[in-house]
Design a protein around this ligand. Structure first.
Ligand code: 13P
Length: 263
């Protein structure tokens, strides 16, 4: 199903790390380290905390840093009495291009179910940005042999009745919960099998062209050593990097590895 290579994407999810001053430094450093060769071959996004986005935008634009701005979450509504929330409208105004929705930490710790994730995904599209929708099984589901069932259910709930053209543009990140922050990623074979399951479910729900266009990332304990083998399997189109993305040196190494391998 993956005859043609999709353009790779390497995204850094900074989670709740770095204040806006640290973000300014990190963005500048990425600008010094990332060259034209990488940006010609790979899309790169960074996802700092909300309070850092304006600072990151300024540095990226002023210094021509070859990365797209990303967010980690958004509200499902565009405005209203939702204390503490940040809307997709606001993110789009900051020229955010990618928004992560349905990260397992939000599903597990902040009660986001499939319905909430689907509503957020639609808010991202409504405001002209690209959602990176996270799916993945936890350790108990894996041990019970339920990985495929879990992935299919999450994918179906997320993309539901979306037009195929939207699905083709979006990104799904396969993030097995048991691999996040564990220090040990899934094997490339396991990641490929999960990604193939995701892609065939997308084909069933949204049609073959959507499945052929959609990018699938792997996330969970990716580091400079595991990046290339994981990104090289046929149904994986890039990486969603947590801890290693906090260090501009390690993140650049990951981006360069993917750029060199998949160019
Ligand atoms: P780690 O790379 O730190 O395991 O985090 C993965 C992740 O959750 C990215 O969204």
């Amino acid at each position: 199903m993956s005859a043609t290579r999709r353009r790779p994407l390497v995204s850094g999810n900074w989670k709740m790390h770095k204040d806006h001053l640290e973000t300014i430094h990190a963005c500048s450093e990425l600008g010094l380290r990332l060259g034209r060769d990488e940006s010609a071959a790979v899309d790169v996004s960074i996802h700092p905390p909300f309070t850092d986005l304006r600072s990151a935008q300024s540095v990226i634009e002023a210094e021509g840093v070859p990365v797209s701005l990303g967010a980690q979450n958004c509200a499902s509504a565009d405005s209203g009495a939702f204390t503490g929330e940040v809307s997709a409208v606001m993110l789009a105004r900051l020229r955010v291009e990618y928004v992560i929705v349905g990260h397992s930490e939000r599903r597990a710790m902040f009660g986001e179910d499939d319905e909430v994730v689907a509503a957020k995904l639609r808010a991202v599209f409504r405001n002209g940005m690209v959602p990176i929708c996270c799916v993945g099984e936890d350790a108990a589901e894996r041990d019970a042999g339920q990985t495929a069932d879990r992935l299919q259910a999450q994918v179906r709930a997320a993309i539901g009745d979306l037009p195929g053209g939207d699905v083709a543009r979006m990104v799904i990140a396969y993030e097995p919960v048991w691999a996040i922050g564990a220090g040990e990623p899934a094997t490339p074979d396991d990641a490929q099998q999960a990604a193939a399951t995701i892609r065939s479910e997308v084909a069933e729900v949204a049609g073959a062209p959507a499945a052929a266009g959609l990018r699938i990332l792997y996330g969970g304990s990716v580091g400079p050593d595991s990046a290339v083998p994981l990104a090289s399997v046929s149904d994986i189109d890039g990486l969603l990097v947590g801890g290693a993305s906090l260090d501009p040196g390690a993140f650049t190494e990951i981006v360069k590895g993917v750029a060199t391998t998949l160019r």
